[in-house]
Ligand binder design. Structure first.
Ligand code: B16
Ligand code: MG
Length: 225
């Protein structure tokens, strides 16, 4: 059997931290005096913290100094961490544990590839940290998704060529990054939004053992695409 490895995005694939990002960003928007909706929050998914603030300020048409930006980045994150510190394993998204069990049984290693600088803490909160062979997060990359850097570092941690890596992602920028890295991209969520992915699933409960075994064969074909 040809060796493959898996790279998981965090927010939207393993856990739904987007709801906590939303509450913390909304609090800042309230403070600045403009409306920030769940639809606006969609624009921040998979995007770095700094870029998220820029998008939020654009939405509110607010201009502030760099010093103020730093201040808001710190206050938003401490507010966000109040939610994260209350998280437990009940917040792991459906199908995640089963998929990790399947990968373990097949001897397929997996790492995390997330834009979040809080990724190690979140994985510890939900008791999954020990299961991952490595973590690539917002602290280890210089270029945000859709740049493939995060996943290419993930491939190195797996000791595999990018062609032999499979990425699970819920954000358009993440699917784009996986495709640029020449990896197999699996969109988790709305197929209409993630139509550039090689495969689409509404959530991880839909992934069967046979599908995972099929991925191992598929890597060969991908090498020549
Ligand atoms: P932090 P992912 C991303 O996580 C989130 O989707 C995105 O909304 C957030 O801005 C980003 O992490 C940075 O998070 O503020 O914790 O560093 O989807 O790449 O796992
Ligand atoms: Mg995500």
């Amino acid at each position: 059997m040809k060796k493959i490895g898996v790279i998981f995005d965090l927010d939207g694939v393993i856990v739904d931290t987007a709801k906590y990002h939303f509450l913390a960003w909304k609090d800042l928007a309230d403070h600045l005096g403009f409306e920030f909706t769940e639809a606006h929050n969609e624009l921040l998914k998979g995007v770095s913290r700094v870029r998220s603030l820029e998008i939020l300020l654009d939405i509110g048409k607010v201009e502030i100094s760099d010093e103020k930006k730093q201040e808001y980045l710190i206050s938003k994150n401490s507010h966000y961490l109040e939610y994260i510190n209350k998280m437990g394993s009940e917040e792991i998204l459906p199908g995640v544990n089963e998929l990790l069990d399947t990968l373990d049984n097949l001897g397929i290693k997996y790492v995390l590839g997330s834009a979040s600088k809080n990724a190690p803490l979140i994985l510890k909160q939900v008791n999954l940290f020990e299961r991952f062979a490595g973590i690539v997060d917002g602290n280890s990359v210089s270029k945000a998704k859709p740049d493939p850097e995060v996943f290419l570092i993930g491939a190195k941690k797996l000791n595999l060529q990018p062609e032999h890596c499979v990425v699970f992602e819920d954000a358009i920028a993440g699917v784009e990054a996986a495709n640029k890295a020449n990896m197999i991209s699996i969109g988790v969520g709305d197929e209409k939004i993630l139509h550039e992915a090689d495969f689409n699933f509404e959530n991880l409960t839909e992934i069967s053992d046979d599908f995972v075994k099929g991925l191992v064969k598929r890597t060969k074909a991908i090498e020549h695409r």
